[in-house]
Design a protein around this ligand. Structure first.
Ligand code: UDP
Ligand code: MG
Length: 321
């Protein structure tokens, strides 16, 4: 088959409720490139969603499926899809219709018109619960401050990229992948594309708070060493404070006759707790970096492919014989 003009990577985890709706929306799209491929990546789905895509793929050769051996996480599933994509342009979207296929095609048209390498969606409004929105807000502001190559606030993985951008992304060796950060890091011409993000069409969010926190931490620590300096600054302030405090107490004890026995005990405990807290917090940050180094040094693949449908080439780690 000819090289497709557009590949769309769609990772999913247990989305049987929403996939039929996604299919309806995708087949309805008229003004699309004649040759496209839909690359579904089953990230360890245990419900009927993989079977649904299998059935669809048997009717339509442009629908392709990559089944991973287990749940490797959304970012790794996206990487798996990217490594199989053959299109001149490659789009990434969620399966739950929060990223709308019609918008993806608009982004694709913008990309071809503007001769950029990346067009990425920026959310101007969200429909998620307030608490989740608050976490997103804090994360992106912190990331903007810390990262050496900042991603635009409120941009996600929803984007369309040129083949050149995808090829560069795939040559980056890291195993812990924060796709939107890497996409910015490569530095090719990019254009933001404002969208308002609708609510999920059906089913339940698969990104638990735990997974989101993990993503936030790996995003922050894999793009900046600035947090490592926080410990140095806090430690210095505390040490200077301690010296000033000690001198003050010494002065009071030597040159006045105010008694300094039991009073102040609680202050002491508070200060101790606070400084110990800071030490542990900082050890946590160090641990995060050491953990990342550990994972990278082991150099295990970011995903393992169990089987594929409508795809021939073997890419990355493969459990197929
Ligand atoms: N997803 C995945 N692996 C995971 C978690 C999520 O492939 O471990 C998929 C999920 O099926 C969906 C997309 O990633 O297509 C975004 O997930 P979700 O809608 O739960 O995230 P949210 O939109 O709440 O950030
Ligand atoms: Mg979603």
């Amino acid at each position: 088959m000819d090289q497709p003009e557009l590949s769309i990577v769609i990772p999913f985890l247990n989305e049987e409720q929403v996939l039929p709706l996604l299919r309806e929306r995708l087949v309805k799209i008229r003004d699309r490139p004649a040759a496209w491929e839909l690359l579904f990546v089953s990230d360890g789905s245990t419900d009927g969603s993989t079977r649904f895509i299998e059935a669809w793929a048997s009717e339509d050769p442009s629908v392709k499926l990559i089944v991973l051996t287990r749940n490797f996480g959304h970012q790794n599933a996206v990487s798996a899809g990217l490594s199989f994509a053959t299109g001149n342009y490659v789009g990434i979207m969620d399966a739950d219709l929060q990223d709308e296929p019609e918008v993806l095609l608009e982004m694709y048209r913008t990309l071809t018109r503007e001769k950029a390498d990346v067009v990425y969606a920026v959310r101007t409004s969200r429909t998620e619960p307030k608490l989740k929105r608050f976490f997103y807000f804090v994360f992106y502001r912190l990331y903007l401050y810390l990262a050496d190559s900042p991603v635009q606030a409120d941009s996600g993985d929803f984007c369309v990229m040129s083949r050149r951008a995808v090829r560069l992304l795939l040559t980056l060796p890291e195993k812990l992948r924060f796709v939107r950060g890497l996409r910015t890091w490569i530095g090719l011409p990019s254009r933001p594309f404002p969208i308002s993000r609708p609510a999920r069409a059906a089913g339940f969010p698969q990104y638990s708070l735990h997974k989101l926190t993990k993503l936030a931490f790996s995003g922050l620590t894999s793009f900046s060493t600035r947090p490592l300096r926080v410990g140095f600054v806090c430690g210095s302030i505390l040490c200077v404070g301690a010296v000033i405090g000690a001198l003050t107490y010494l002065g009071i004890a030597l040159f006045t006759n105010i008694h300094l026995a039991a009073p102040g005990f609680s202050t002491l405990v508070i200060v101790l707790l606070f400084s110990n807290g800071l030490i542990f917090l900082y050890l946590g940050i160090l641990g995060e970096y050491i953990g990342q180094m550990f994972m990278e040094v082991k150099a295990r693949p970011s995903f393992i492919v169990e089987r594929t449908i409508n795809l021939e080439r073997t890419q990355g780690s493969d459990a197929r014989d």
